[in-house]
Design a protein around this ligand. Structure first.
Ligand code: NAP
Length: 223
């Protein structure tokens, strides 16, 4: 059975990917900071006869990632695919974005993805595993009032494309995934998107990602 670790699995796209992959027979390792939301996803998966486990972890803190990695090993699980999905936004005119929000976006989207990759790569090399980085169309083109978020997603794109080079000749591969807007809690603390209920559902995007995924280095859901 394939074991898939998903960061930010308690809501939005991460939760949708978790439920969809679990329904196809994978064991899902649900990662996030909020036990309650992870438990709800865990319960849904279990009610549908799927398998999942919860690990609380803040991906911006390398020591928490190391502790989680050790617990996963102790629990006898072997991760085949790491999905770096957890991400946050900060929107508005660049001069209005709070310093703290700049730090949070870069720490989560960029450093979190880097720290998770550094931690799990040695194991992934042992099992011919894979990394999937959830980016966004914000990693493909600049957007108004999204400068910090776009900068973070270009960084993840650059990181992923560099992994392709660095992992050449190894058994590990890395995939960049690009998609546009989804109706998720991502938009709850901003009016940057006027009506997020008009956006596509994360389940629809999750199904598209999984259906289009043939192990290639890039998946374009939207451009
Ligand atoms: N929504 C969109 O329109 C859209 C479009 C394109 C791409 N994306 C990307 O899709 C990904 C998922 O976003 P979403 O829309 O599903 O948003 P979401 O529902 O807000 O999900 C983000 C998840 O990340 C987790 N998270 C945040 N900081 C974390 C940290 N430090 N450590 C561990 N987990 C953390 C959150 O859980 P906790 O707070 O409980 O930790 C949350 O479950 C993101 O990378 C986002 O940039 C979103």
């Amino acid at each position: 059975m394939r074991t898939i670790l998903i960061t930010g699995a308690g809501s939005g796209l991460g939760a949708a990917l978790a439920k969809e992959w679990a329904s196809k027979g994978s064991h899902i390792i649900l990662v996030g900071r909020t036990g309650q939301t992870l438990k709800e996803v865990n319960r849904t998966i279990s009610n549908n006869n799927g398998l999942s486990s919860i690990y609380l972890c803040d991906i911006t803190v390398p020591s928490e990632i190391a502790r989680m990695k050790e617990s996963i090993k102790q629990d006898g699980l072997s991760v085949d695919l790491v999905v770096n999905n957890a991400g946050v936004g900060a929107f508005g005119a660049i001069e209005d974005i709070e310093t703290e929000d700049v730090h949070t976006v870069i720490d989560t989207n960029v450093k979190g993805t880097i720290f998770m990759t550094q931690a799990f790569l040695p194991h992934l090399k042992e099992v011919s595993g894979r990394i999937m980085n959830i980016i966004s169309t914000a990693g493909l083109k600049g957007k108004n009032h999204e400068a910090v978020y776009v900068a973070s997603k270009y960084a993840v794109r650059g990181f992923t494309e560099s992994l392709w080079k660095e992992l050449e000749g190894t058994s590990v591969s890395a995939t960049a995934v690009y998609m546009g807007g989804m109706n998720t809690p991502f938009w709850s603390n901003t009016d940057h998107v006027k009506d997020s209920t008009r956006l596509k559902s994360p389940l629809e995007k999750a199904k598209q990602i999984i259906n289009q995924d043939e192990g290639q280095s890039e998946i374009f859901i939207d451009r």
